[in-house]
Design a protein. Structure first.
Length: 484
């Protein structure tokens, strides 16, 4: 619990409606998009001015009170999960687009601005913001920076880190820093890349300057159906190897297709074991050539059906089904556990087969949705939390998927972050030297460990304990560490 004197200090710098203390007011903040973990916060601060944020940080720093930074709560790795004894700092009231410069093609926004709102504001200038997570109608740019979010167009246009020019942040001491610049490069270390994806562990974001891109002259979406999911996985690599760089290259398996079609009525073929959505963009001539090439490659890769969207309305329907896949899968089971790992594209067919075997081993179905072009997997493990032991089975299944990604030279996250969900698998991905370096960076920004404690980077003690439970090849991970 937070000491009453800290509450009184917070009340002295915040208006009454900016500090939530009653249980019924705190309950909506007990979790983010990850529903498996819940914890009601002790207090929620909803500041409206930068001075209020500075005051909150200084109070927390002086009193040694932890603080958790939260955006819209759409994250799915537990990164914004409240911590006992901590202030939950929600930045949703910082929701102004400060400026749009159509000549320089950039926008300055506050962290509580919704992702989609940036593109909507830039549309009159024929510009848009490229990263487009499935939650873009609700997720905020501050949360996108914290998690380094991507979306269906990240293959060609990159993640958040590739589309942010600078951020203005506050340290735990309440000091202001400007990281990056509006120029193509800035002197010194690339701290902008370091803070993007740091999951609220290093600083609190006050302002973000993002790149805007001109809308392409034309876009076209090709849908391909496959009677075998392995063929679909192989086709992904074939498209890239064929010299085409799609704006988006997405894959869904049969379970995901059936759920999305029932939910969004996108016109997907229900007899397919997997479908690919391939979007190409550019000039009229470029798109015409690329569409013909993509169709040839997909048919050669074994597609049973290839459709080109007839018009913009059909393109929107195709994408509506994909973007609705996560909520749609909620119709298939009382609960699902959303994973997020990344593998090399060449490993897609093998990983899909191994994932099917894991599904049988754990006796839990899995619906697969992929940013297939960059190897970013989103397996959705179906389970019923009301059945004793099913959540634990789902959690073990998820851990096995992440460790399968690492074994194939991939990563335990592509865009959802680590949070608390994947913190044990950090011990599989990294050795003690790398983890020690991560802790050293954390200490530079936050020596007392007050910002989002217990998230993203495990202690070596935790890794030693996790390794003791996961013997592989007769060896314990981190065998050089004491067993405590």
């Amino acid at each position: 619990m937070i000491a009453p004197k800290i509450i009184r200090r917070l009340q002295s710098v915040l208006p009454p409606d900016c500090l939530l203390l009653a249980t019924e007011d705190l309950k909506p903040f007990e979790t983010d998009g990850l529903t498996a973990f819940r914890n009601i916060p002790d207090v929620v601060a909803l500041p409206e001015t930068e001075n209020q944020v500075k005051s909150i940080l200084r109070i927390c720093h002086e009193s040694g009170t932890p603080i958790v930074f939260r955006g819209a709560g759409t994250g799915v790795s537990g990164g914004a999960l409240p911590v006992d004894g901590a202030v939950l700092l929600a930045m949703t009231r910082f929701n102004r687009i400060l400026s749009i410069d159509p000549l320089a093609r950039l926008a300055r926004v506050q962290p509580g601005v919704r992702n989609l709102a940036i593109s909507e504001a830039a549309a009159p200038f024929n510009l848009y913001y490229a990263p487009d997570p499935s939650s873009q109608i609700a997720c905020t740019i501050g949360g996108n920076v914290a998690e380094n979010s991507g979306g269906v167009h990240c293959l060609k246009y990159g993640l958040t880190v590739h589309n942010v020019l600078s951020i203005r942040v506050l340290t735990i001491e309440g000091d202001e820093l400007v990281i990056g610049s509006e120029a193509l490069d800035s002197p010194g270390y690339d701290l902008l890349a370091l803070l993007t994806g740091s999951e609220g562990m290093l600083a609190v974001t006050l302002e973000v300057t993002v790149k805007l891109l001109p809308k392409p002259e034309r876009t076209q979406v090709v849908l391909a159906a496959f009677d075998d999911i392995g063929k679909g996985g192989a086709a992904v690599g074939a498209v890239i190897a064929g010299g085409v760089l799609p704006a988006g290259l997405e894959m869904m398996d049969r379970l995901a297709v059936e759920a999305a079609e029932a939910y969004a009525h996108a016109g997907y073929p229900l007899n397919a074991k997997a479908i690919l959505l391939v979007e190409v963009d550019g000039t009229q001539e470029e798109v015409s050539e690329d569409v013909m090439r993509v169709r040839e490659i997909l048919l050669a890769a074994g597609a049973t059906e290839v459709r080109t969207a007839r018009d913009e309305a059909e393109q929107k329907k195709f994408w509506a089904g994909r973007k609705a896949a996560f909520p749609a899968v909620g119709r298939l089971a009382p609960d699902y556990y959303c994973m997020d790992g990344t593998i090399p594209r060449k490993s897609l067919p093998d990983v899909l087969k191994r994932m099917a075997a894991l599904s049988e081993q754990h006796a839990l179905p899995v619906a697969n949705v992929f940013h297939a072009g960059d190897g970013n997997l989103h397996p959705l493990i179906l389970y019923d939390a009301n059945r004793p032991g099913e959540w634990e089975k789902a959690e073990r299944f998820g851990a096995d998927i992440l460790e399968l990604c690492v074994a194939h030279g991939g990563s335990i996250t592509g865009e959802h972050g680590v949070g608390i969900e994947k913190i044990n698998q950090m011990c599989v991905q990294f050795g003690s030297a790398e983890l020690g370096a991560f802790h050293g960076i954390k200490a530079c920004f936050d020596p007392d460990g007050l910002l989002n404690p217990g998230k993203a980077v495990p202690t070596l003690h935790r890794c030693a304990e996790y390794g003791a439970m996961h013997v592989r090849g007769g060896k314990l991970p981190f065998a050089e560490l004491p067993r405590f």
